[in-house]
Design a protein around this ligand. Sequence first.
Ligand code: PLP
Length: 218
Amino acid sequence: MIKERVMEILSDFPAGVELLAAAKGRTESEIQEAIDAGVNLIGENYIQEAEKIIRGIGKGIKLHFIGHLQKNKVKKAVKMFDMIETVDTYELAEEIDRRCKEIGKTMEILIEINSGREGQKAGVFPGKAEELIRQIARFENVKIAGLMTMGPFSSNPEDSRPYYIETRKIYEKIKRLNFPNIEMKTLSMGMSNSYQVAIEEGANLVRLGTKIFGERLG
Ligand SMILES: *Cc1c(COP(=O)(O)O)cnc(C)c1O
């Protein structure tokens, strides 16, 4: 089933759009099945879970951190992940930079935009994004590679469109400003119920869980 779903999803993708399998709560064999079907990018929300799957995961498979990253987990995270998609504060970027220096690594990050301006949710508000990006761009061992957003959840995918449009606009603006040490190349938007809309609005990385693996049980 997973295999058929992945192949169907990939066959509909326009060129240049990447699929990330959001693996939270899934077993190693489910994740392996997705990989066998052509997924080469896995997203993890939790460090502990990622530690479990990382041993079995083959070479050539990239791992993105897509959850809320606590500062005390950064040391582990920078060793395990190829990209951290959810950077939304200066302090978090600073800690990533510090821990990367220790191991001689440069971490690609995305800036998470709180496009719905929802108080309790992660992400920098749209109006504060440029300032944050300017500050983070100075770190030597952190490289901003684009933006990520979730947007408010709605069962109607059309409701997500304005949030994706707004995030895309920030992305384009930062790209035009052409800051040193920033390469705006990744726009991570869209989940199972809204990824088609996200792709229409310029996403080139979509994060799918349910659509690949089925409903989450836990
Ligand atoms: C779980 C998760 C997804 C995937 O959600 P689905 O609705 O199951 O596709 C995407 N992005 C993030 C950040 C997630 O935590």
